[in-house]
Design a protein around this ligand. Structure first.
Ligand code: GDG
Length: 468
């Protein structure tokens, strides 16, 4: 069979969130939003955990079709969720891959649960795979899945994409059994990273720890195994997002925001409540601005939307408590009867409303300490009025900084840097704002989520052709 357009796409990720149609869900994460968009245009299946638990794992698959996307979900046991999801994925790999060794926990029970759930995924997925399917595995929850599928005799092309950063070589050495984990990546035909920086770190590991080599075309070889490693930055569904920006709900949200701003300039942050997003540092940067610039009191405010996530993990409970205290302290110190400097909101909003809120903000504040990509940065830019665009302030440690080079790039650890950038953005002349916005938007239009999907699946389909 001719490969290419004919192949069906099977996407696997930890959680499957069936699309909810117009306006989007409450707080779908970046991956969920991107995958629904990538699948909508292809006949394929999105396979993963339902988010539900069961007493005894049965492997029963729940097939559903909604808004052009077929989903296949399984339930997991509570112990699976504790060890694999809350454990190895979110207490071991997530902090370590975001350079937070201080938060990483290494428990052998976590690693065992991780292996077991990946085995269970392989076992239930296997019968769904047909001979011409392209199989595309997503993210740090599922690293060994490809190896388990190969063990079961699956010979299809299988790719893996990592949504979070790949850590520097020496940092990864602190993960027990790091080599075993990395070796499983060689079961894939293509492994994709968000940035050149992550790809470089991966290559470093392979060269220095495994004695591997990197060919000119990016193919990586270790002993008798080889695979293609690429950088493939994820984008947003730009056309769809521009439509959302024009929707009635977005226009209404914009109008209401402007009204409630009473002529003050709004600075916006939108993040899952996660320690990687640099929220404390952001609040401190904003506080620094208030300390330095009394003339801005009553003239600006920060709206921080932060829907809670992973609340079962202690470090997430801690960051939440710490942000409650910090926002309270700053508001206590600076608020007056008619003005509150930070509006801090722990809930999610429908996608089109969010689009209107972004548009009403003069400054987009995206300051993660580490981030694979960061889609909020791209959404903020896409939501702007081309005739009077706001300015994006972006952490140099977000993957998006490799593409959005005309944002105001800052060091998120420096309150001074953040304060200076906000002041500069608020005062920036229209011409400069327009020029910076155009440069960012050119990238967001050209390298959208469909471009990303094509870049990855083209690489996957291309594999092996040169060998034949
Ligand atoms: C991971 C990586 C990478 C947030 N609040 C609301 C809401 N959101 C949406 C945003 C955006 C998404 O969630 C967040 O995406 P990010 O990319 O910013 O961050 P993660 O969730 O950490 O995603 C990240 C991504 O995967 C994709 O590869 O970029 O680096 O960490 O789309 O809009 N959406 C709605 N209401 C909210 O209140 N509707």
């Amino acid at each position: 069979m001719e490969c290419g357009a004919m192949s069906r796409l099977i996407i696997i990720s930890n959680r499957v969130q069936p699309p909810t149609g117009e306006g989007g869900g409450g707080n779908q994460g970046g991956l969920a939003v991107a995958l629904s968009a990538a699948l909508r245009e292809s006949s394929g299946i999105w396979f993963g955990w339902s988010g539900e638990t069961t007493d005894q794992f049965t492997g029963h698959i729940n097939l559903q079709r909604a808004f052009g996307v077929t989903t296949a979900t399984i339930d997991l046991e509570e112990q699976d969720v504790d060890e694999y999801y809350n454990g190895y994925a979110n207490r071991t790999l997530w902090p370590l891959f975001h350079y937070r060794m201080d938060l990483a926990e290494f428990e052998s029970g976590f690693a065992e649960g991780y292996e077991r759930v990946n085995q269970r995924f392989a076992e239930t997925l296997e019968p769904l795979i047909e001979s011409d399917d392209l199989v595309w595995v997503h993210d740090y929850h599922m690293v060994p899945l490809g190896q388990y599928l190969r063990d079961r005799g699956i010979t299809n092309r299988i790719g893996f994409f990592l949504h979070i950063p790949w850590p520097p070589y020496r940092l990864l050495l602190s993960l027990p059994n790091h080599r075993q984990l990395v070796e499983t990546l060689f079961a894939y035909d293509v492994v994709g990273f968000q940035t050149r920086d992550s790809l470089d770190s991966f290559r470093d590991y392979v060269r220095q720890e495994m004695g591997g080599s990197v060919a000119e075309d990016g193919r990586i070889t270790v002993g008798d195994r080889s695979m293609m490693a690429i950088h493939c930055p994820i984008g947003i569904d730009t056309a769809n997002f521009l439509e959302a920006t024009q929707s009635t709900a977005a226009r209404y949200a914009y109008y209401r925001m402007r009204q409630s701003s009473s002529g003050r300039e709004m600075i916006i942050g939108v993040d899952r409540l996660d320690y990687s997003k640099g929220l404390e540092e952001r609040f401190l940067g904003y506080e620094r601005l208030l300390q330095q610039r009394e003339d801005l009191h009553g003239e600006v405010f920060l709206l921080q939307i932060a829907p809670p996530s992973r609340g079962d993990v202690q470090s997430y409970q801690e960051i939440r408590a710490s942000l409650d205290a910090l926002s309270g302290r700053i508001n206590g110190a600076y608020a007056d009867v008619e003005w509150v400097p930070i509006r801090y909101v722990n809930r999610g909003y429908p996608r089109d409303r969010l689009a209107g809120i972004y548009r009403a903000a003069k400054v987009g504040l995206v300051t993660p300490l580490r981030d694979g990509m960061n889609l909020v940065a791209k959404e903020y830019v896409a939501a702007q009025d081309p005739e009077d665009p706001g300015i994006l302030i972006l952490s140099q440690f977000a993957g998006a900084a490799e593409q959005l080079t005309q944002a105001l790039l800052i060091n998120p650890y420096s309150p001074e840097d953040i304060a200076d950038a906000i002041a500069r953005a608020l005062e920036m002349p229209l011409d400069e704002r327009k020029a910076r916005w155009r440069a960012c938007m050119d990238n967001i239009e050209a390298e959208d989520v469909l471009w990303w999907r094509k870049r990855f699946t083209d690489a996957l389909e291309g594999v092996g052709q040169s060998v034949e």
